[in-house]
Design a protein around this ligand. Structure first.
Ligand SMILES: [Zn+2]
Ligand SMILES: [Zn+2]
Length: 275
């Protein structure tokens, strides 16, 4: 039986004879069902029309994306640590070339994912590399393909390796997580943040939303809490969810001033919009 993949959001579902009737991830208020309706593919069909591409963001950090772009279009990050490689976030395709290349780099010690929009084909990846998947328990109900490889964690932080820490920021999703890499950014620290902290196109700010496509903002307290949770961590570099969304300098100050700008906008009295 095939494990169908939603073409809109890229989520793979548990194996079934027929296509799933609906995709709860797309039907959630944070995503959408396109006007043409829900449609499905399989990993096998996806591999016939797409392949993966690779780009090194900095030493020890390689982005893996699918071309032509598929579903939401995010890219995963292969982070190399002294306790083995961690795959940060996930994509829907893990083709034979990707398996061969990643195995050549030492395989995967674990997979960690920021939030359900990037769960993608995580179980396919876990099986290919015999690796556990670390998901925050706050998002347990969004797992569409349950598997023994999935390990749920609780609380605000989970150390994965020396200098590699998962931080549950919440916000976009209850279990929304970022990864702090102390050795990243040439030792200045790096934050891998999916779209829990969103690097925006000008790369001078980040922002925060409950839903990006449907334009639903987060509350001021939720965004302030993200700032408090990140406060103990030093980072200068921020790697967002796409190949071109990386901030190479001043990341910590950018997060601070972005939170201040966001909170001023959402708590404002309307006078700012008159300028
Ligand atoms: Zn979907
Ligand atoms: Zn998202």
């Amino acid at each position: 039986m095939p494990a169908f993949i939603c073409i809109t959001c890229g989520t793979q579902f548990a194996a079934s004879q027929n296509e799933p009737e609906r995709c709860p991830v797309c039907e959630d208020e944070r995503q959408f069902v396109p006007p043409s309706g829900q449609s499905w593919t399989t990993h096998e069909a996806l591999a016939r029309r797409h392949c993966n591409c690779f780009r090194q963001h900095e030493p020890g950090l390689i982005g893996i994306g699918t071309v032509p772009a598929f579903a939401i279009g995010q890219r995963a990050l292969l982070l190399r640590t002294d306790r083995g490689n961690v795959l940060w976030d996930c994509i829907s395709l893990v083709d034979e070339a990707t398996v061969a290349l990643v195995q050549g780099l030492g395989g995967l010690a674990g997979i960690a994912i920021s939030h359900p929009h990037y769960y993608a084909s995580m179980v396919e990846w876990a099986h290919a590399f015999d690796a556990p998947i670390h998901l925050h328990a706050g998002d347990r109900r969004w797992v569409m393909r349950p598997d023994a490889a999935i390990k749920f964690w609780d609380g605000d932080t989970l150390p994965l390796a020396r200098g590699v820490t998962l931080i549950r920021c919440g916000g976009h999703f209850a279990g929304g997580t970022v990864l702090h890499w102390a050795q990243g950014g040439d030792g200045r620290g790096a934050l891998l943040c999916g779209d829990v902290v969103q690097v925006i196109p000008d790369r001078k700010f980040v922002s925060f939303m409950r839903s990006y496509p449907n334009l639903i903002p987060l509350s001021a307290p939720a965004v302030e809490r993200i700032g408090e949770l990140l406060e103990p961590y030093a980072f200068d570099v921020i790697h967002g969810a796409w190949f071109d969304r990386s901030i190479t300098r001043g990341g910590k100050a950018i997060v601070s001033r972005s939170i201040a700008r966001y909170v001023a906008a959402i708590r404002g009295d309307g006078s700012a919009e008159l300028n």
